[in-house]
Design a protein around this ligand. Structure first.
Ligand SMILES: Nc1ncnc2c1ncn2[C@@H]1O[C@H](COP(=O)(O)OP(=O)(O)OP(=O)(O)O)[C@@H](O)[C@H]1O
Ligand SMILES: [Mg+2]
Length: 309
């Protein structure tokens, strides 16, 4: 089972507009409501691919009950002690641009945070890998992911998609792989603004990550391992909604590397190739963290893997 953990789930409203103008009345041509958040997206893509997953997350209020009901796989929920409602975020698709309206998550009280850690620890003996993703609620100590890494046995590889201090602090615990995007890496490690994805990946490994995957949208991603570095170029597609592509990338690589591994013996770079097809498939659906298996299979042969120095 792949154990997915995230502290900031959301109800996601995705609305499409013919044109979108700030300061005007804009009428949506289509509105979809889904459960989302980074860990939700990772778990949903893994579930679609056929992996056994368990998602640990805090929820509260009617919005939290909506998220819980709308996910078709096992979840371990820490219900907010004061029933603080789960947030709602909005994606506005207008013309060729995507606009995100992000609501801050409700703070998580100390007792709920400790219940979450205990819940993860209880599930770890059943886990093949641990996937940690997303921002932390306001007031959460930034060492949260570092703490989870520290209590995870060496036999359970940790894959982490985080930013800022939570990413920086977790690097010291040597997670198996980290997957920030290029801008997030530059901000977390205080690198010069023009640092390349390859140099970002190198810096993440020097700071402790065993492997680093640095994504940069439609330009693809760079993977750095002990054995070398690769640039992974995605298929050329017309994206409908790219939000959640990083989550689909992470889910795809975890599926290929830790679920299919026993039969496929895929190298990490091959697993990232599969993840890149999942990320492109996510771009082709209207809501984030939703992929179709047939699309992934069609796109896989168009992903290019190049060794870089
Ligand atoms: N327009 C696109 N066309 C094809 N592939 C794309 C496109 N945008 C993103 N991708 C794929 O998705 C991967 C992750 O994208 P990106 O770097 O935007 O992640 P991210 O910033 O973590 O996104 P999010 O946090 O919303 O999930 C890229 O490495 C690439 O393979
Ligand atoms: Mg991301």
């Amino acid at each position: 089972m792949i154990l997915c953990v995230g502290l900031t789930p959301t109800v996601q409203r995705t609305q499409r507009f013919e044109t979108l103008t700030l300061g005007e009345v804009n009428r949506a041509s289509e509105t979809l409501t889904t459960a989302s958040g980074k860990a939700v997206n990772v778990a949903r893509v893994l579930d679609t691919l056929g992996a056994s997953v368990c998602l640990v997350q805090p929820l509260g209020g009617d919005s939290g009950r909506y998220v819980h009901k709308n996910l078709p796989f096992p979840q371990e929920i820490v219900w907010a002690e004061d029933d603080a409602p789960t947030r709602t975020c909005c994606t506005l698709l207008g013309g060729m641009v995507t606009t995100e309206l992000v609501e801050e998550a409700s703070p998580l009280c100390e007792a709920d945070r400790e219940r979450l850690i205990a819940c993860v620890q209880g599930k770890l003996p059943l886990a093949t890998a641990l996937a940690l993703s997303g921002s932390l609620p306001p007031g959460t100590n930034p060492d949260f992911y570092a703490r989870l890494c520290a209590v995870t046995p060496r036999s359970v590889p940790v894959v982490l998609d985080a930013q800022k201090e939570p990413l920086r602090l977790a690097l010291a615990e040597c997670p198996f792989l980290v997957k920030p995007n290029r801008q997030e890496t530059i901000a977390a490690l205080h690198l010069p603004a023009d640092t390349s994805a390859l140099a970002c990946a190198q810096a993440l490994c020097e700071a402790g990550a065993q492997n680093a995957l640095v994504s940069e949208g439609k330009a693809g991603a760079v993977l750095r391992t002990d054995e070398g570095a690769w640039r992974i170029l995605p298929p050329k597609i017309t994206a409908q909604n790219p939000i959640g592509s990083g989550d689909a990338l992470m889910a795809g690589l975890i599926f290929s590397h830790f679920v299919l591994q026993a039969t496929l013996q895929a190298t990490l770079q091959e697993s990232v190739r599969f993840g890149t097809a999942c990320a492109a498939a996510n771009c082709l659906t209207l809501t984030s963290g939703v992929v179709h298996s047939e699309t992934i299979n069609q796109l896989l042969s168009q992903v290019v893997l190049e060794s870089v120095q």
